[in-house]
Design a protein around this ligand. Sequence first.
Ligand SMILES: Cc1cc2nc3c(=O)[nH]c(=O)nc-3n(C[C@H](O)[C@H](O)[C@H](O)COP(=O)(O)OP(=O)(O)OC[C@H]3O[C@@H](n4cnc5c(N)ncnc54)[C@H](O)[C@@H]3O)c2cc1C
Length: 322
Amino acid sequence: MNGSIWVLIEDQDGVPSATSLELISAAHNFVEKVSGFAFSTNPTGLSKALEHFGVERLYAVTADQSSLPGVVLSHALAQVLTQGSELPRALLCAQSYTGRDTLARLSVKLDVPVLTNVVNLIEVDDDLRAEHQIFGGEEVASSQFTHPGLRLFGVRAKSFVPKETPSKEVVIENVTVEGIGLSDSAKVVSTHSEERLGPKLDEAAVVVAGGRGLGQAENFLFIEELAKLLNAAPGASRAIVDAGWVPYSYQVGQTGKTVKPNLYIAIGISGATQHMVGMKGSKNIIAVNKDKDAPIFQIADLGVVGDAHKVLPKLIEALKQR
Ligand SMILES: Cc1cc2nc3c(=O)[nH]c(=O)nc-3n(C[C@H](O)[C@H](O)[C@H](O)COP(=O)(O)OP(=O)(O)OC[C@H]3O[C@@H](n4cnc5c(N)ncnc54)[C@H](O)[C@@H]3O)c2cc1C
């Protein structure tokens, strides 16, 4: 395809988020020129990381850091896209809070439709066709825009694999936004980082996840202990997040995180579609469930039909002895 594709780069502690890098590599499947667009206090640091992923230009938005990122980014994007001479063919955003907020606001500002929940992009007739999950991930629909101009896509994490390219300097272009208006009156007054045990859930090579079959909140300690022994990230089904046993940041699934580890261990999790959509891409899946007909066994490579309260302590004991 001719032209360029822009990617919304989300700054996570001064580096691009894992999904931003996935989207850059996705864009390179179709065009040579890929630019980033970010709201960051450290564009130089961000651009250093982007040098290895073939980003030509980084539009760095400077604005009041207490503003909501989606408000600032959508305003800045609309500003640059309506003033710029060379428009991109598409803008790819992660299906994250910031990505969704930015896309929704930008769609209204530019009167351009959005395709969300995208899990794959295919080039058809010099345009991009999106495959996106519907009905909680049970079906994949294929959609294509019919209007001319810019395409807006919200892409699910882990849909593409980030690929490094030969290092090349990134040109930083500062974008100053002013006069956002009333939508900028909501401000972030404080932030806190959730405490985390072990590796990040969506980046871990091994995930040990627990569900309602654990019986009670205290039993999640077994999941955490097993995770620690395997240098894994602990995860959870929505049932136990909703029950308040663990924070939302642990949730795997349609409305939680998408994970693709080498090994996913599901303990006391039934395997509802909304859970499986977030973990079925794992390389190996081990499930422990006392119900031999639990749907999770349909996608498990190794299934243990048994009581989690017996299996978990034995597994922990065996690992400790090794
Ligand atoms: C719009 C929407 C979005 C959703 N998003 C998500 C999401 O992101 N993530 C998610 O997980 N869910 C999501 N859900 C909820 C989902 O539909 C299920 O309700 C949820 O995943 C069930 O969690 P669970 O498997 O822990 O509980 P359950 O379905 O209650 O399953 C518990 C399992 O534990 C087994 N069990 C019981 N006792 C034991 C024992 N002693 N030893 C071993 N096994 C035992 C049972 O046989 C059963 O299979 C969503 C639902 C909706 C409607």
